[in-house]
Design a protein around this ligand. Structure first.
Ligand SMILES: [Zn+2]
Ligand SMILES: [Zn+2]
Length: 310
């Protein structure tokens, strides 16, 4: 039974936000403290809206007998948060992040491609994330060919940061370029699109370097990287291009893949050559480079399916 009036003046034994009390004795805690199966005790759920991940408060929060979904309760005449981390704030920030719909469910918990060096690198990413300071923290640049799960990892990072109250914006670089072009048609200035990406606590850029790498495209990336560098703000990014000068072995592997048509040659192009040395060297200062090697899970799944049905 939940005692509605158990929070009041002079009651110094408030159990507000007490999580994990034994045997349900502490009745004056948020509905979320009961680890509901509806949202695993998080207080929000994900769906999809207009091509993006959309978060919403879970029904259990709305039904909380203490806060009725506001997440604010009155205790000793003061407003207090019913549950931390505040699901309403998280929902707002998740919806402001611009995470693509296809990755709405992605998290570290459901990442599965542990081929090659990816398992070790994911461990590294999780440790890096645990140590990451929102402002001025050293960012991360994940590189590797398509199909390794880089976007899944970026989204997982984004979600964990948001839960830690960090403001995050996620952009697919190619999509950003086309948004900018669309903005020109609507007489929207480039600055009005780019400035929020410079101001946000953490900017996440997926598929950096994708595009034609025209002078204008390089200039867009340069503005983002320099803008954030000057404000001492972090960038977390992924790229399909390599971060070092290709070794002879890599070149010969790519050449043989090209002959049998099993790989495109993009992965062996250097990001630095594509985006320009100035932007690249700033990125090298601002981020840790992490190169992923493993199997393309889309191709792997396809092969398994083909084998299973032949
Ligand atoms: Zn509550
Ligand atoms: Zn719930």
């Amino acid at each position: 039974m939940i005692k509605r009036n158990s929070i009041g003046r002079g009651d110094k034994t408030l159990a507000v936000n007490r999580v994990g009390g034994k045997g349900g004795k502490h009745v004056s805690k948020c509905a979320l403290s009961y680890q509901r199966t509806c949202c695993n005790g998080k207080g929000y759920v994900f769906d999809v809206r207009a091509g993006y991940m959309h978060a919403a408060s879970c029904q259990c929060v709305k039904n909380c007998e203490l806060c009725a979904g506001t997440n604010i309760i009155l205790a000793d005449g003061m407003g207090k948060v019913c549950f931390e981390p505040n699901p309403r704030l998280i929902v707002q920030r998740m919806n402001g992040a611009g995470i693509p719909a296809r990755f709405a469910d992605s998290s570290f918990d459901n990442f599965t491609n542990y081929t090659g060096n990816i398992g070790a690198q994911v461990e590294y990413v999780r440790q890096w994330l645990a140590d990451f300071a929102a402002i001025g923290g050293r960012g991360l640049l994940l590189s590797g060919p398509v199909g390794l799960g880089k976007t899944h990892l970026l989204v997982s990072i984004a979600k964990e940061l948001i839960v830690r109250r960090v403001g995050v914006k996620f952009v697919d670089f190619f999509q950003l370029l086309s948004n900018l072009k669309g903005g020109f048609a609507r007489m929207q200035s480039e600055t009005s699109v780019l400035q929020p990406l410079i101001d946000v606590d953490v900017l996440i850029i997926d598929e950096m370097g994708k595009g034609r790498n025209s002078e204008w495209e390089r200039c867009v990336l340069d503005q983002l990287v320099m803008g954030r560098y000057n404000c001492n703000k972090s960038i977390i990014a992924s790229t399909n291009y390599i971060l070092h000068t290709p070794t002879g072995k890599e070149m010969s592997k790519v050449n043989s893949n090209l002959e049998d048509g099993s790989a495109d040659n993009f992965s062996v192009r250097e990001l630095g050559a594509l985006i320009g040395s100035r932007t690249f060297s700033r990125l090298a200062q601002m981020t840790e480079f992490l190169e992923l090697e493993g199997e393309d899970f889309r191709r792997k799944n396809q092969n398994m399916w083909l084998k299973g049905t032949s």
